[in-house]
Ligand binder design. Structure first.
Ligand code: AHM
Ligand code: MG
Length: 326
């Protein structure tokens, strides 16, 4: 049995050298997600379904479980050695724990509970995380606003029929399943590869009338067999679950710009970047339609982006349709 912590520490010389602080921080991450998963599993029994009655920084109604999940991440990671700052979808600003670059070495950016509109109906939700190194000679703000290509680790957890953790540290993509007996995330899928072309496209088609013409034309091409195969449509509305299917089965997930949200809906730092890193490491591609996701220089922590991710064949066709590079 190989656990997540053992696997990741063996991936990179640098991580094993820093194994004290780095391993301690990863232990905080897995502890938090196990606490979140326990709350999700018993949600109907413990009155944590429903709205909290508050709004987050994006003006979205917070669900009780959004708050529970965010608290778990903050409590389990905030006191860990090596953590400089935590940046969450649920908090307006970064929470700084150690501003000394000599000791506060890592920044964790996360969406504690993605897909919260699906909680009350017992459909998969997830946690997405991204880890950057603190730049020793730069401000903490600059260290947080690094492009996705500088991520050192990224991944996600899907709370589904099984609880699955997928990560990359830049050496392929690896999947783990939570073993209820041992309480550990155990390696179940090493070196995951996204099929070059797949059977599904995944998009909220209720927005079709609001998409730029090139995106609408591309989806029409998928529907009419223009990519040389028939596609089926799948859309869960939980990014983590839609992405996980795309990773395993192939195809394309897209959230194009809309008239209502011309800059896209999904968030760059804790939704698009980590999933783009995983996708690329699995042989797939990720673009905003205007360029490679991992090349975008963020200007603020809650920045949004259009997000299209999937197999090489589907994304290359998308780039040809929208006239973008990378
Ligand atoms: P959340 O982080 O507040 O849950 O919002 C993000 C979610 C994604 O999980 C999902 O891909 C998308 O919003 C669905 O949006 P829509 O309902 O507009 O299709
Ligand atoms: Mg989200």
């Amino acid at each position: 049995m190989v656990t997540f912590e053992e696997h990741i520490l063996g991936q990179d010389q640098e991580f094993s050298e820093a194994s004290g602080a780095f391993g301690w921080m990863l232990g905080g991450l897995t502890l938090a997600v196990k606490r979140i998963e326990a709350q999700i599993r018993s949600a109907g029994l413990s009155d944590v379904y429903g709205a909290q009655g508050t709004e987050n920084v994006q003006g979205e109604a917070q669900q009780k479980l959004d708050v529970v999940a965010n608290d778990a991440m903050m409590e389990c990671l905030g006191t860990r050695e090596g953590v400089a700052a935590l940046v969450s979808e649920e908090d307006e600003a970064a929470v700084v724990f150690d501003d000394d670059p000599a000791t506060g070495k890592y920044i964790l950016i996360f969406d504690p509970l993605d897909g919260s509109s699906n909680i009350d109906v017992n459909v998969n939700v997830g946690t997405i995380f991204s880890i950057h190194k603190r730049l020793p000679k730069d401000s903490l703000e600059h260290s947080i606003l690094q492009p996705g290509m500088r991520q050192v680790v990224a991944g996600y957890v899907v709370y589904g029929p099984s609880t699955v953790l997928v990560y990359t540290a830049g050496h392929g993509v690896h999947g783990f399943t939570l073993d209820a007996a041992s309480g550990a995330f155990v390696l179940t899928n090493e070196n995951m590869v996204m099929p070059e072309q797949g059977p599904y496209y995944s998009v909220n088609e209720a927005n079709a009338a609001q998409w730029p013409e090139a995106f609408a034309g591309y989806v029409e091409t998928l529907r009419n067999g223009g990519l040389g195969r028939e596609y089926s449509s799948r859309y869960i509305g939980s990014l983590v679950a839609d992405f996980h299917r795309t990773l395993l089965k192939g195809g394309v997930f897209l959230y194009p710009p809309t008239k209502k949200q011309p800059g896209g809906k999904l968030r760059l730092l804790y939704e698009a970047n980590p999933l783009a890193f995983v996708a690329e490491q699995a042989g797939g591609m990720a673009t905003s339609g205007g360029g490679r996701i991992l090349d975008i220089q963020p200007v603020k922590i809650h920045q949004r982006t259009a997000f299209c991710v999937g197999g090489k064949r589907e994304i290359e066709a998308l780039l040809a349709a929208v006239g973008a590079k990378g």
